[in-house]
Write a protein that binds this ligand. Structure first.
Ligand code: OGA
Ligand code: MN
Length: 239
């Protein structure tokens, strides 16, 4: 991954508030007082997690109303037959490989005027802007799709940059599953290494939760879902 250069003006969350900065110039002193918005604090939490561990989990990134609105759009598009079985491999020769992944997907349009999609796309863009300003990541674009896993479906262990997927820097997943319980399965497993030992992180796809990780570095999988599973997957691209 591109080396992350970062202006670090804090090390831990939550921030002591408000922050004060004293600036003295030519005998005049000014006090700047600033506070981070909740969204900025969430961005910070995500970035700190990715820097420290390669991945981050942020709950309540979307609120319940935002999730419900997105689900409405999701279902409308699904019922209109817009979703396709997901493939593996390059865009040009997408092959369906249900033994590897069983989700159905629909790519979002960056220019969408659907209000629920707009909220998500704008938040995603705000995150990109924040990353570019504070980490100099040079993210130029993103690609985002809805994903639906029917009961019995899964996505075997993989990496998001397989077969030279171009420019994927960060993977971002937004979950839309209200009332999800452990028996519903469908966990995201992320494989990391700690002291040369593989460690598996288990993350359930709870509504409002965002997961972010370095696309190039981490293997991950979706375990079999025992209830219909709804999510949005995005990649932030440096191309
Ligand atoms: C993917 C993916 C994980 C998830 O779409 O590439 O790994 O939890 N999704 O939905
Ligand atoms: Mn993936």
């Amino acid at each position: 991954m591109t080396e992350v250069l970062r202006i670090s003006y804090k090390n831990s969350l939550p921030l002591p508030k408000p922050q004060k900065t004293l600036v003295s110039l030519a005998g005049l002193t000014r006090v700047f007082v600033w506070e981070m918005t909740v969204q900025e604090q969430q961005f910070e939490l995500i970035i700190e997690g990715v820097l420290a561990n390669g991945y981050a989990v942020c709950d309540d990134f979307l609120d319940k109303t935002e999730v419900q609105n997105l689900l409405k759009t999701f279902h409308t598009r699904y019922q209109a037959g817009k979703f396709k079985e997901a493939g593996i491999g390059k865009q040009s020769k997408v092959q369906t490989a249900t033994q590897i992944r069983g989700d159905e997907i629909l790519w979002l349009e960056n220019e969408s005027e659907d209000l629920a999609e707009r909220v998500l796309l704008d938040k995603n863009q705000a995150f990109i802007d924040y990353l570019n300003q504070t980490c100099y990541l040079g993210i130029k674009d993103s690609e985002i799709h809805f994903a639906k896993y029917d009961i019995g479906k899964f996505y075997r262990r993989h990496r998001d940059t397989f077969q030279a997927q171009k420019g994927r820097i960060l993977s971002v997943i937004y979950y839309l599953n209200l009332d999800w319980i452990p028996a519903d399965g469908g966990n995201l497993l992320i494989y990391t290494t700690e002291n040369n030992l593989e460690k598996t992180i288990t993350i359930s796809p709870l509504a409002g939760r965002l997961v972010c990780f370095e696309s190039e570095k981490l293997d991950h999988e979706v375990t079999e879902a025992f209830a219909e599973r709804f999510s949005v997957t995005g990649w932030l691209l440096n191309k």
